[in-house]
Design a binder for this molecule. Structure first.
Ligand code: AP5
Length: 236
């Protein structure tokens, strides 16, 4: 049998030209998978959690309002989040698509996003629901540590750094998010079930929902996400 031709190293990335939404409870692996997808398609990874944390760190008026809400594990009001998302997707790097992580999180946000995508000439998004059970969520959230400099995500139970407290990539200090403390996980899950889970039915009704078992290893979930997206892209 003839060997398959080698893929040229300088091959341009596959074009996404869509919004991909990673939907799922806290700790489902949205950030982990969003980074990989964004790199694969050379599009931005848009995490509303990261954008809000940036505002908090810089002490902007929006950050000052968001900080106590996030620390309680509740959702930041739609009006604040929609403003930063609308401004972000205006930027030229979003012209060929983007991967949302943590947005939309309410039906109102999803409806607004639908309009925003139309205005920017995008077709309907691909929505990937990362399904994972509560026991695993707790382990993933309380074990998470993030690099202060590069943002690399670790997990003390599943993927510990080689040197305790330091990033394998750049030696940056690893920190625990204030909302990852065990006592904040319950309110975050409550907010998810009450305000975000209805999006599963919302996107299913629109025929846009694809489910992936996110309890598997990072690599297996990544493979499944890519396969699902590939299949969805070939259909629409
Ligand atoms: P946000 O930052 O979006 O947090 P979240 O949705 O609670 O999600 P997480 O970041 O906790 O988890 P993840 O699914 O990204 O998992 P990760 O890949 O990191 O939001 C924070 C707050 O901001 C909200 O509470 C709210 O206040 C506010 N906010 C944000 N967006 C908002 C919006 N749109 N509207 C209103 N308010 C908003 O993985 C978790 C851990 O598990 C890591 O340690 C990782 O290494 C590990 N892991 C991941 N995948 C696997 C795997 N397959 N196997 C083993 N370990 C894994």
């Amino acid at each position: 049998m003839a060997a398959s031709p080698a893929v040229p190293e300088n091959r341009p990335p596959e074009e996404l030209n869509r919004a991909v939404i990673l939907l799922g409870p806290p700790g489902a692996g949205k950030g982990t998978q969003a980074k990989k997808l964004a790199a694969k398609y050379s599009v931005p990874h848009l995490s509303t959690g990261d954008m809000l944390r940036e505002h908090v760190a810089q002490g902007t008026p929006l950050g000052v309002k968001a900080k106590p809400i996030m620390e309680r594990g509740e959702l930041v009001p739609d009006s604040l989040v929609l403003k930063i998302v609308a401004a972000r997707i205006e930027r030229p790097d979003c012209a060929h698509g983007f991967v949302f992580d943590g947005f939309p999180r309410t039906v109102a946000q999803a409806q607004y996003l639908g309009e925003l995508l139309k205005q920017h000439g995008f077709r309907r998004p691909f929505v990937i629901h990362l399904v994972v059970d509560t026991a695993l969520i707790l382990r993933r959230i309380t074990g998470r540590r993030t690099c202060k400099t590069g943002g690399e995500i670790y997990n003390l139970f599943e993927r510990p750094p080689k040197v305790e407290g330091r990033c394998d990539n750049d030696g940056g200090e690893l920190f625990q998010r204030p909302d990852d403390r065990e006592e904040i996980v319950a309110p975050r899950l409550h907010a998810y079930h009450k305000q975000t889970e209805p999006l599963v039915a919302y996107y299913r009704r629109l025929g846009l929902l694809h489910e992936v078992d996110a309890s598997k290893s990072v690599e297996e979930v990544e493979q499944q996400v890519c396969k699902t997206l590939h299949h969805a892209r070939s259909k629409h």
